[in-house]
Write a protein that binds this ligand. Structure first.
Ligand code: NAD
Length: 425
């Protein structure tokens, strides 16, 4: 039976009641303390933005150590069912259980709900310690494919029956002579599909158009892996032209115009597309891209990339703007509407219970969640209050240690400061 607080999908659009039920997982290690601080801020932001006409009904669901201690399982079926039903959830970090046979809980959640986009926006907050001279030039949104690539989990250890069979098959049936040391090779498989690429790239371009961003860059290693990563690039360009037509201008059109009509005609076409506010679709080889984000970050905006590249790029970009304590993220399926917003750091067990670390990653993930729900006013209160706290140099220890003359607050004090700021705003 449907509760009135239940989110639903209708005609591809998320339907959000005024009092949505949102399952939360507080997480392990520092999870409970960053969750407690964040929840107060979320409630204050919603109250301030909508004056009681909207309110989140938080519903705790168990995962990780707390679930294991209470139920004997790390990820109870009831938790999966709650997220399946309510579509949107938010979570703190979870311990990866150690021992044979355990999959990471995060990976399990992603696979069970087919959350094919790992979304990581990366922007700079004035005053955050950064290794760059101009960190404010970094403002990107990463759409990382989350279900395919060498990360699909098809891997066999060296010397195993499976690896031997596969190596023999590759050699005998497919004529592959390229495995340098067949006797001692472990083997991994890298599936990259047209469908998987298209749903990811569609999400990235869609968002770029909605948010009036300047470009979408397809990041790949298609120069070396022609059919997998090269396929990603080509399918991405083809989809952009086929589904988004006049709203985008692709680098492939630029190149073909240059070849047929000369460089000036191509430049003119590009300039006109930019003036018309079209989203420019371009691509970069992954290794060059990692240089580009340091040298010319202002030239990049929305990024669409494969799973492994995306893993490296997300962390490299997060480090440019202040790193692990402040990078938000989400895993999403835009077709079913399922989305889990999460702190991107781990459980930092050595700090658990000290009320010391930074809740900003979870807070900013909450802001992303409110944007996703179509409550941008609440999102803005969260983001603006964090910006104001950092600008006034009142921050948690991780930042205070690296800043000049900053006041070091406990995690809970930092949360309370944001609540006060929101109430006064
Ligand atoms: P970690 O992110 O927990 O900690 C590494 C270091 O980062 C910490 O020592 C701390 O200095 C810093 N840090 C982390 N969170 C911070 C915060 N909020 N504010 C300021 N600084 C912060 O990584 P780890 O030690 O490799 O992993 C610990 C556990 O977390 C493992 O069980 C791992 O599997 C798990 N993990 C979970 C997730 C997740 O749930 N999404 C992600 C990564 C790791």
């Amino acid at each position: 039976m449907k509760h009135s607080g239940q989110l639903t999908m209708k005609d591809g659009k998320l339907q959000v009641p005024d009092q949505p039920i949102i399952p939360f997982i507080e997480g392990d290690g520092i999870g409970p303390e960053i969750w407690a601080a964040s929840r107060k801020v979320f409630d204050a932001a919603v109250q301030k933005a909508y004056q009681g006409t909207r309110q989140v009904i938080w519903q705790e669901t168990l995962a990780g150590e707390k679930a294991y201690n209470q139920t004997g399982t790390w990820l109870p079926e009831a938790t999966l069912e709650a997220i399946r039903t309510h579509l949107v959830a938010i979570k703190g970090p979870l311990t990866t259980p150690i021992g044979g046979g355990f999959r990471s809980l995060n990976v399990t959640l992603r696979q069970e709900l087919d959350l094919y986009i790992c979304y990581r926006p990366v922007r700079y907050f004035e005053g955050v310690p950064s290794p760059l001279k101009h960190p404010e030039r970094t403002d990107m949104q990463i759409f990382r494919e989350n279900t395919e690539d060498i990360y699909a989990g098809i891997e066999f250890s060296a010397g195993s029956d499976e690896a031997e069979k596969l190596i023999a098959f590759l050699k005998d049936e497919l004529g592959t002579e390229k495995i340098r040391f067949p006797e001692t090779s472990a083997i991994g498989i890298k599936p990259v599909s047209k469908e998987g690429t298209e749903r990811l790239v569609r999400g990235a371009i869609d968002q770029a158009i909605r948010q009036k961003r300047k470009s979408v860059t397809l990041v790949h290693k298609g120069n070396i892996m022609k059919y997998t990563e090269g396929g990603f690039k080509q399918w991405g360009y083809d989809l952009a032209e086929r589904e988004f037509g006049d709203q985008v201008f692709t680098w492939q059109t630029y190149l073909s115009t240059k070849e047929q009509e000369g460089p000036e005609a191509a430049e003119n076409l590009l300039t006109r597309a930019q003036q018309d506010g079209k989203v420019i679709i371009k691509d970069r080889i992954a290794d060059i891209f990692l240089q580009e984000i340091l040298i010319r970050p202002e030239q990049y905006d929305v990024i669409a990339t494969l799973n492994l590249n995306g893993d490296y790029i997300s962390d490299a970009l997060a480090a440019q703007v202040g790193g692990i304590g402040i990078a938000p993220g989400a895993n999403m399926n835009l077709q079913s509407g399922h989305a889990i917003f999460e702190a991107t750091h781990g459980t930092a067990p050595e700090y658990a219970g000290l009320d010391q670390l930074n809740p900003s990653s979870l807070l900013l993930s909450g802001a992303l969640m409110f944007d996703y729900l179509g409550w941008p006013e609440a999102a803005a209160y969260i983001t603006d209050s964090i910006a104001a706290a950092i600008a006034s140099k009142k921050v948690t220890k991780d930042f205070a240690d690296q800043m000049d003359k900053a006041e070091s607050l406990k995690c809970s004090e930092f949360g309370n400061l944001l609540v006060e700021w929101i109430e006064k705003a």
